[in-house]
Design a protein around this ligand. Structure first.
Ligand code: HEC
Ligand code: HEC
Length: 154
């Protein structure tokens, strides 16, 4: 009897584990072929700012026009998230030999996207009756791993 119950519990756990895995597997997994390359850039910049991680981002980096008011270490993290949201490497927006340079037009587009996002969020938060306390649209909401956001369902 005891063995029966033990195996039943074990079976239950196995099923529970299997069920837990289902949503992770079936959730839309967006491929991220540039993750490794970005990881190297992120590591290099983290090394560059070593000891200044907690210093305000504006005093550590040279050419920030829309971002500010947070510790330096969060910038590279945010950059990696942006790149992932668009499905690109850092080089889509940057000359990776000169991060502060504005020579790639995509970098300026990204700044405009930040401004647009703020406008959208301000409008969004005027809509009464939404579920979230602070309803938010961000890069991922639209891009979902693609440069050109979808206009129709698959
Ligand atoms: C979608 C475009 C985009 C991608 C992709 C992107 N960045 Fe950026 N990055 C920007 C923009 C825009 C700024 C400037 C923000 C501002 O003006 O406040 C910036 C600023 C920076 C800066 C500060 C440079 C300085 O001194 O002013 C660094 C360092 C940086 N990015 C690193 C990275 C790394 C590393 C990656 C990849 C993991 C990356 N970026 C991916 C758009 C991008
Ligand atoms: C409300 C939806 C929306 C949000 C939010 C949004 N984008 Fe976009 N983004 C678009 C659309 C639409 C385009 C234009 C695609 C096209 O060319 O038709 C675009 C284009 C871009 C491009 C140019 C892509 C290229 O072809 O090189 C960049 C870079 C970009 N977005 C970065 C960002 C970043 C970074 C964020 C977050 C800070 C962001 N976007 C947030 C909708 C959005």
């Amino acid at each position: 009897m005891k063995i029966f119950f033990t195996s039943l519990t074990l079976l239950g756990i196995i099923f529970w584990l299997a069920n837990c895995k289902v949503p992770t597997k079936s959730a839309a997994v967006v491929s991220d072929p540039y993750a490794e390359s970005r990881g190297k850039h992120v590591a290099a910049i983290n090394l560059l700012i070593k000891g200044r991680e907690q210093v305000s981002v504006d005093s550590v980096f040279q050419n920030l026009k829309v971002l500010g008011g947070f510790p330096a270490e969060n910038l590279v993290f945010a950059m990696d998230k942006w790149a992932q949201a668009l499905g690109v490497d850092c080089s889509h927006c940057h000359n990776t030999g000169n991060w502060a340079s504005d020579e790639k037009p995509q970098k300026e587009i990204a700044r405009q996207m930040v401004n647009m996002g703020e406008l959208i969020n301000a409008e969004l938060r005027k809509i009464p009756g939404l579920k979230s306390e602070r309803p938010t649209v961000n890069c991922i909401t639209c891009h979902r791993g693609a440069l050109k956001p979808a206009l129709r369902m698959q």
